[in-house]
Design a protein around this ligand. Structure first.
Ligand code: IMP
Ligand code: MG
Length: 182
């Protein structure tokens, strides 16, 4: 695929993200208030910035673990077939688990991951997703908590990439392609 030129238009500022992350953390804290330890599972790689900010706002004992599921590759369309590339280090049977995801798009990834983890019999299993694109959903799945609902745009920043670029933007932006020059 030839490289297409694009610009990034800001959609959600760093300040709005920070305020929302704090509010989500408080809801999560209230939900799991009686836990002895919460296992917070980040889905790699898109959730790495979000999980870092989120866990610092959660005033509970937490353990951090990561799981990597295959997804887009470098394209912009979902593969629909989900494979686990890196599994958890920890066993989760009987434990409190929070899955942290960057974006719920078609829903295939989250549905697959939640099913896989539920089969391991955690005590409680919830999900917090930073972004949700409800218009794109193909399977019935919902995060327990969602940061922002967004339209069907391709977004980058705050951990989220386009072909492995732009993860380090402090805000969330929308990719806008430029017409090739004549
Ligand atoms: P799903 O299985 O279609 O729900 O795909 C979810 C995954 O696709 C997310 O965890 C992201 O990694 C990726 N994804 C979905 N939408 C976008 C986007 O707008 N920008 C970058 N990655 C995205
Ligand atoms: Mg992802």
């Amino acid at each position: 695929m030839p490289e297409r030129r694009y610009v990034i238009d800001q959609l959600i500022s760093a300040k709005r993200i920070a305020a929302r992350v704090e509010a989500l953390a408080h809801e999560i804290e209230a939900h799991f208030a009686d836990t002895d330890k919460l296992v917070v599972v980040g889905l790699l790689r898109g959730s790495f910035v979000f999980i870092a900010d989120l866990v610092r706002e959660i005033g509970l004992p937490v353990e951090v673990d990561f799981l990597e599921a295959s997804s887009y590759g470098d394209a912009m369309t979902s593969s629909r077939e989900v494979r686990i590339l890196k599994d958890l280090r920890a066993g989760i049977e009987g434990r409190d688990v929070l899955v942290v995801e960057d974006i719920v798009d078609t829903g295939h990834t989250l549905k697959h991951v939640m099913g896989l983890l539920r089969a391991r019999k955690p005590r409680r299993l919830e999900c917090c997703a930073l972004l949700d694109k409800p218009a794109r959903r193909e399977v019935d799945v919902r995060a327990t908590w969602t940061g922002f609902e967004i339209p069907d745009d391709f977004v980058v920043g705050y951990g989220i990439d386009f072909a492995q670029r732009n993860r380090n933007l402090p805000f969330i932006g929308k990719v806008r392609f430029l017409e090739p020059e004549a």
